[in-house]
Write a protein that binds this ligand. Structure first.
Ligand code: AMP
Length: 252
């Protein structure tokens, strides 16, 4: 089985996000960037399938500025075989990302495409579903377990009311949730080895996909500051405080 994994470079999840003073977006200059956490789970799942002898090649793709090579190198250090960066400094909306990934799928012909369930910068949760729609392939989103069974996959999905098990025929799209696995931290020799692996950087124009934005961002603003919590001395005091809060809400 050949696997394509899509990974996005985002502001590191440990960084406190700051909005640009002109409200045009989130500050990314001089901010630590890293692989979107859900994409790490997707890479780990692919590497585990390869280690189990169930995948023969893992290709990793990222769409973004040239520095996206960093997140592709991370995936190569984790065990992926080959990388591709589709380079652009423009903001690429989710439908255009899905169309670019479709072009990569057409060229690479993978049996399985693994993605994160969402990218934590915009929290869209679009691309896996859009790619499945564009390709007409079966999909399993929010995967917490992936097992190869015969010519297909059994995937456990995390949903609001618990877990759902579904069987998919290949080729298919699967998006990774947090409980799918524990992504490895690549040891130094793997990081060094990753630099020897093939990594192509290709301009976005080569893919013939229109990336003209369809959305206009009018203003980005930080959320209102939360008021500090209260420590109450007893359950009775908590009940009284809740009653007072409810009365206040009802009076609105
Ligand atoms: P989203 O729909 O934007 O929340 O992203 C869902 C998943 O799509 C991510 O976890 C990635 O696997 C993939 N994806 C989104 N944007 C990109 C990108 N620019 N480059 C590569 N993969 C991406």
């Amino acid at each position: 089985m050949k696997i394509l994994v899509a990974v996005k470079r985002v502001v590191d999840h440990a960084v406190r996000v700051r909005v640009r003073p002109d409200g045009s977006g989130v500050e990314t200059d001089n901010v630590r960037m890293s692989m979107n956490p859900f994409c790490k789970h997707a890479v780990e799942a692919a590497v585990q399938l390869a280690e189990a002898g169930q995948a023969s090649e893992i290709v990793v793709v990222s769409i973004g500025p040239k520095q996206s090579t960093d997140v592709v190198l991370t995936a190569l250090a984790m065990g992926a075989h080959r990388g591709l960066v589709i380079e652009t400094n423009e903001r690429v909306e989710t439908l255009a990302v899905a169309k670019l990934l479709r072009a990569v799928v057409d060229a690479e012909k993978p049996d399985l495409v693994l993605l994160g369930k969402q990218a934590v910068d915009d929290d869209s949760n679009h691309v896996g579903q859009m790619l499945a729609g564009l390709l007409g392939w079966p999909q399993a989103t929010f995967a917490s377990a992936i097992n190869v069974v015969g010519d297909g996959l059994d995937v456990t999905r995390e949903v609001d009311f618990g877990r759902v098990a579904i069987a998919l025929e290949l080729p298919a799209i699967v998006t990774a949730d947090l409980r799918l696995n524990t992504p490895r931290n690549a040891a130094l020799p793997m990081v060094m080895k990753a630099r020897q692996k093939p990594l192509a950087v290709r301009p976005i124009a080569e893919f013939g996909v229109d990336i003209t934005p369809r959305l206009t961002v009018e203003k980005v603003a930080p959320p209102p500051e939360r008021s500090p919590g209260k420590v109450l001395p007893s359950v009775e005091a908590l009940a009284a405080a809740l009653k007072a809060d409810i009365a206040e809400l009802e009076a609105l």
